[in-house]
Design a protein around this ligand. Sequence first.
Ligand code: ATP
Ligand code: MG
Length: 420
Amino acid sequence: MSTFQAPKGTYDLIPPNSATYLAVREAIAAPLRNSGYGYIETPGFENVELFARGVGESTDIVTKEMYAFETKGGDKLALRPEGTASVLRAALEANLHKGGNLPVKLWYSGSYYRYERPQKGRYRHFSQVGAEAIGAEDPALDAELIILAHQAYRSLGLRDFRILLNSLGDKECRPVYRAALQDFLRGLELDEDTRRRIEINPLRVLDDKREAVQEQLIGAPMLRDYLCEACKTYHEQVRELLTAAGVAFEDDPKLVRGLDYYTRTTFEFVHDGLGSQSAVGGGGRYDGLSEMIGGPELPSVGWALGVDRTVLALEAEGVNLDIPAATSVYAVPLGEEARRVLFGKVTELRQAGVATDFAYGGKGLKNAMKSANRSGARLALVAGERDLAEGLVQLKDLQSGEQTPVVLDAVVEEVRRALG
Ligand code: ATP
Ligand code: MG
């Protein structure tokens, strides 16, 4: 193993590509900020109990993918594999739900950890931006979240994504369906692992990616035929609101998702350019989660969008985000006196809000100009002894090569004018 190698299944975000990740996070957050969601940040780890109870003991996330460990002090912790349980835990701890102002709307952005088999679009450390609306049962809230994710993807210039929508029922109708599905599944030719899944989490069998399994699932009972009246009406309203908003979706009666806590509305955003890791984001309603982790009844809905896969989706569609060059002006001093004076100008320009950098390390003119070009700056400020003796610096347009002398005191003003 080389000394300079990131752990398996992880990668570093490095300039210039890292700017795309920041821009993606920003683009996903913007519609949320604009819709009453407040920013929340929770620790990168929690008591392992929270995820075991919240995400579900029968899920792959908890049984196979969680980084769980015991500290020297004997605390049993886990690196967070997802955001919802933590956010709900934090909201309950801070009593946000008691302010008489439901739903509590929160958004977050951060790192998540799952011990998975690494492949393109599937990493052990990845990043999500998510949103949760806690404490209200209202189809408009489900619709709002789907519309905001749609808006975020559109604002990034993505086109080849689809929204899959389903309802998972509630505590009335889901158990009846679950039993019917189990009956059906027990009659199939399935491997040991899958047979076990029938008993603990039968809905997940519908999600099996293997062709041979999918063939046997033809004719399986579908949840939509078991939905109770309340769930049916709720789902119909979500669908109508999406349609009215011009957000296209596909009904996917087999969509179940990997976490135990979902009820009613579930959805996934899939991108058609990503191969088998096609889900760029997903979410749904989780009316029972609060009670599962020991809180009061708080019907809620949320989603998480994967930043890594969204970046891959941009690449797949050949979308280049319009990211402005980090540096607008690059200062090149020739000699000691020029260093002192130009460094002062650099500080002045930065204070005036102009992105400016400086040729550090006593570079010669040729090297310094190379750095100036590499920085992406539009302008260079060049000054030597002779310029300074006349109270001037040279303002050079790095595209046209045109150079104009500028009086020292007028540098900020002239730079601003030249940048437009
Ligand atoms: P998958 O079915 O691909 O495993 P998931 O259902 O486990 O996805 P969620 O828990 O819904 O994913 O997480 C929301 C989003 O986070 C996913 O749509 C995806 O974009 C991203 N994501 C999840 N796991 C990973 C991972 N291991 N590496 C990169 N991104 C991930
Ligand atoms: Mg997964």
